[in-house]
Design a protein around this ligand. Structure first.
Ligand SMILES: Nc1ncnc2c1ncn2[C@@H]1O[C@H](COP(=O)(O)OP(=O)(O)OP(=O)(O)O)[C@@H](O)[C@H]1O
Ligand SMILES: [Mg+2]
Length: 255
């Protein structure tokens, strides 16, 4: 793994107004670095700030305070440069129901100015990998939730991005499909040096897949490191114990 830092945040905060009376601090002074080729897992309970962090890094939200850099460019200054080089698998999907599986991939890639013959070749490969080749000419409208998720995984990869943000890539995908997605992500990071930032509520998945993880709790980054380092630091048997300990305050002692 190279040491080049491709994502850097410093004191990054995001405060949302919720109606006139309420404010929510979705991110609270988060500082972290992610290096090229890493598979980095973002963990945290519902509402911890995972999606907010990803949305800031792809320019869908502006930070309230602090800095965020992707590929050495500030997200508030050079978002066009960043967007050409990163892909996002959103938590809530913007899939085109009336297009077929293949059309979804090729249409999306076309928005990046990639020629159609190149896109069709990549689509062949990606649709094979996610196991949707036989359904490629079906409208996505009739697909199950997990099948749609697979189309979106393939769609996010068709631009061959340097950095891939995947917000819950395997949620709703069956056991075998989830394994396919995990193996694909491992391969992309190992063979192509693509950097992957993913969120998941499946801690076994995260432990298997991620070189390092960051645990968010109430907007704060409460732990960051290799799963094995965190297990050692918190004297836990596995990542799930680290996580529950930090989030509930039970049974974990900071050494
Ligand atoms: N657009 C918004 N307007 C107001 N509040 C928001 C908005 N987006 C997120 N929030 C709030 O910010 C906090 C963090 O939300 P976020 O979606 O980042 O959590 P998450 O870690 O992705 O959770 P989950 O595991 O449920 O996906 C929550 O309290 C949420 O209600
Ligand atoms: Mg989320």
């Amino acid at each position: 793994m190279q040491e080049e830092v491709v994502i850097r945040t410093e004191g990054l905060s995001k405060v949302f107004e919720q109606g006139k009376k309420h404010e929510v601090t979705a991110l609270d002074k988060v500082s972290l670095e992610i290096r090229r080729g890493e598979v980095f897992g973002l963990l945290g309970p519902n509402g911890a700030g995972k999606t907010t962090l990803i949305r800031i890094l792809v320019g869908l939200l502006t930070p309230t305070e602090g800095r965020a850099e992707v590929l050495d460019r500030d997200v508030t200054e050079d978002i066009d440069y960043i967007r050409e080089r990163v892909a996002l698998l959103p938590q809530e999907a913007g899939i085109y129901d009336r297009l077929t599986a293949r059309e979804n991939l090729v249409f999306y890639g076309g928005l990046y100015g990639i020629p159609e013959d190149v896109l069709n070749q990549r689509a062949d490969n990606l649709l094979d990998i996610v196991g949707l080749r036989e359904k490629e000419d079906y409208q996505v409208k009739g697909f199950s939730g997990g099948m749609k998720r697979k189309v979106l995984v393939a769609r996010s990869l068709i631009i061959e991005p340097e950095i891939i943000f995947m917000d819950e890539p395997t949620t709703g995908v069956d056991t075998i499909g989830a394994r396919v997605v995990r193996n694909l992500l491992k391969k992309l990071s190992a063979e192509r040096d693509q950097t992957i930032i993913l969120t998941s509520h499946d801690l076994t998945e995260v432990a298997e897949l991620c070189h390092r993880v960051g645990i968010l709790y109430q907007g704060q980054l409460v732990a960051i490191g290799k799963p094995s380092e965190l297990e050692e630091k918190y004297r836990a048997a596995n990542l799930e114990e680290v996580f529950t300990g930090l989030v509930t305050g039970e049974g974990v002692y900071d050494s």
